[in-house]
Design a protein around this ligand. Structure first.
Ligand SMILES: NC(=O)c1ccc[n+]([C@@H]2O[C@H](COP(=O)([O-])OP(=O)(O)OC[C@H]3O[C@@H](n4cnc5c(N)ncnc54)[C@H](OP(=O)(O)O)[C@@H]3O)[C@@H](O)[C@H]2O)c1
Length: 301
């Protein structure tokens, strides 16, 4: 497949470039400065120039806390920009895979969220992403799959795993929130899932393959659980480690409120698309090992 993906250096974009090439696909990353999601004309131009078989919408304004004070730009990118990508895919008559987030939910349920559970974002980022889902479905719902992913980490970009390893290089103990539950998910596995869904959409016009799906790693964790697993994996490889002190959300106030429970039920994507991402523990070890190799290679010789 020839795949146009929005964004140039994001975690999922970079993972899709790697996994797509490994699977024999041509993946073309489109981003700033040539293509800016806040400039719809550049989106249409950029995607049309590529003439892809499928479009993947992976770029977003992802600064959850900063969005509280930058709602204009968050909505311009995540809502209007998402709609512009959908319009471009529609103009080319090719399927769209659009990424969204677990933060469309308020976290009040005590079980994993299903696709048709009520959405009620707790902050601007989640609200702007929800508006993006709606823009995609309004513009091109009959040929789009919206994949809600969560708690993304990878060897690339900025993420919780890299932050924990960086902090552990200097600190013996790190305080981490233990009362928010989610599904930590490797962007490398998200990329594999996107490739599978994209292939299904290209091959088959069945409306049942379109719509909103949850796609996270199997298994759940709190941020503190995840931090402990990061340090255990790192220690095994001779890397930095620290003790995790469990704290509550109330102990660590942030500009944006986070849902206490944003676990996602992924049965539907398993049934419909035959996509089931591996358990996060194994995926995490792969990413920590890759980061460890990078850290070792960058040591002065
Ligand atoms: N990260 C998470 O934990 C998480 C959780 C749930 C859902 N998601 C969703 O998953 C998707 C991928 O996330 P990610 O972690 O890969 O994001 P990321 O690493 O933060 O990367 C975001 C990408 O979007 C690009 N971008 C931002 N504003 C843009 C604009 N105006 N025009 C063009 N490109 C723009 C960035 O480009 P530059 O390099 O130019 O900045 C970057 O390539 C997003 O839809 C996100 O909302 C992420």
């Amino acid at each position: 497949m020839k795949i146009a993906v929005t964004g140039k250096s994001g975690q999922v974009v970079t993972s899709l470039l790697e996994r797509g090439a490994a699977a024999g696909h041509e993946v073309i990353a489109l981003g700033r400065p040539e293509m800016d999601l806040a400039d719809p004309a550049s989106v249409l131009r950029g995607i049309k120039d590529v003439m892809p078989d499928v479009v993947v919408s992976a770029a977003a304004y992802t600064a959850v806390d900063r969005a509280e004070s930058e709602s204009d730009i968050a909505y311009a990118v995540n809502a209007l920009g998402a709609g512009a990508v959908a319009e471009a895919a529609k103009a080319l008559d090719v399927p769209l895979v659009h990424l969204s987030t677990d933060y469309v939910f308020d976290g009040e349920l005590e079980r994993p969220y299903c696709e048709n559970d009520t959405t009620r974002p707790t902050g601007v980022y989640g609200a702007s992403k929800l508006a993006g889902e709606q823009a995609v479905m309004d513009a091109y719902g009959d040929n789009s799959a919206v994949l809600r992913v969560a708690w993304v980490y990878s060897p690339f970009g900025s993420n919780f795993v890299k932050t924990m390893l960086r902090l552990a290089a200097d600190k013996d103990e790190i305080s981490v929130v233990a009362d928010q539950l989610g599904n930590p998910t490797s962007a490398l596995d998200i990329a594999d899932g996107i490739l599978k869904v994209a292939g299904n959409l290209v091959a088959d016009s069945d409306p049942g393959l379109r719509g909103v799906f949850h796609m996270t790693a199997a298994g759940e964790a709190s941020w503190a659980d995840l931090a402990q697993a990061i340090f255990a994996a790192s220690l095994d490889l001779g890397g930095p480690s620290a003790l995790v002190r469990k704290i509550t959300t109330a102990d660590y106030p942030t500009p944006a409120a986070r849902p206490a429970n944003s676990r996602l039920d992924c049965d539907m994507i398993a049934d419909v698309h035959n996509v089931a991402l591996q358990d996060w523990h194994g995926a995490l070890k792969t990413v920590v090992a890759r980061l460890q190799v990078v850290a070792t290679e960058s040591l002065p010789r």
